[in-house]
Design a protein around this ligand. Structure first.
Ligand SMILES: [Zn+2]
Length: 106
């Protein structure tokens, strides 16, 4: 069974959140925002565009603050990508297709 951690916005299989160890988790609802993946900003924006083109409402969160981005350079900035749970499965497929041939630069 898939469970959802509200704190991390993370879906997982098992009894507790692998990210924060929280056990007070619940089943995901269709509108729950779920963590999809973390990418460098250029890849993140590409994925965001692709998901949007597929009709998936995507939310992108910058991981670093602006100060940090200035220090290391905007190209190294990483973003976290979130989609509603109802679109998570499709989004994973799209992301896999998008990045299967591309070098992720990780
Ligand atoms: Zn968690």
């Amino acid at each position: 069974m898939i469970l959802y951690c509200e704190k991390c916005q993370f879906t997982f299989e098992g009894k507790q959140c692998p990210s924060c160890g929280r056990k007070k988790v619940r089943e995901p609802l269709p509108d729950d925002l779920c963590f999809l993946c973390e990418k460098q900003i250029t890849w993140g924006e590409m994925l965001q565009e692709t998901l949007k083109n597929n009709g998936i409402p995507v939310i992108i969160k910058k991981r670093m603050g602006i100060g940090m981005a200035l220090k290391v350079g905007p190209l190294l900035e990483r973003v976290k990508i979130y989609v509603p749970f109802s679109c998570l499965q499709d989004s994973r497929i799209i992301a896999n297709e998008l990045f299967s041939e591309a070098d992720e630069g990780d």
